[in-house]
Design a binder for this molecule. Sequence first.
Ligand SMILES: [Zn+2]
Length: 239
Amino acid sequence: MLAQLQTLAALTRVDVELEELQEELGDLPGDVKRLEKDARIKQQAFDATQKQIDDLVHARANMRIRTQEIHDKEKKLSEQQFQVRNNKEFDAITREVETIKEETKDLERELAASALTEENLRRILAPQEEELEAAKIKLSEKEQELVQLSGEHNEELTLLLAKRAEYKAKLPANVLVQYERIREYHTNVAVSVRRGSCSGCFNAIPPQKLVEIRNFKQLFTCENCGRMFYPEDMEIPTA
Ligand SMILES: [Zn+2]
């Protein structure tokens, strides 16, 4: 009975470790996903601002071309004004020059406004870029953590599963069935008796039963939680 209890306790320890391993890795993939989304949102915000700036720069380039065009036209018209044959033609050219001057003024105003808008957008873009870079770094760190832990995890997992198989092979089929049934409710199936109580649920154990547990008479389970008992000072094999 001692050997069986030791195996049960060792198996329990392996199962608890397996669960902890699962839990440890459990959060990481979710964290990576969350950080990926965060970086994506920040990238979109940055791209949107950058696109606005690019559009402004592009529009200003067109405005400058237009400014040059009408400047050339104005020059041409001024020259034509000296070659007019009558007042009517002179007035027509004068009106055209006026229109061109208005357009030039409008373009200048637009150029100035566009430059100001760009300046404001760049003030938004700078912190957006900083936030984006920070988010990317955070993501890459978490990804590395996941890759590293997954590697360690696999190694440890293989080891624990091998131990588990080894312990299971030592146990009678009926005990194993009982173990797995309890494991549906508690990861720590076999627990020690501590200060006369079940260390799983802290339910007090009758004195007579305590003596029998200590003497390894048979396999005892907790009346309250169903876990298996072993004496507190029992040695648990590690492999
Ligand atoms: Zn209990």
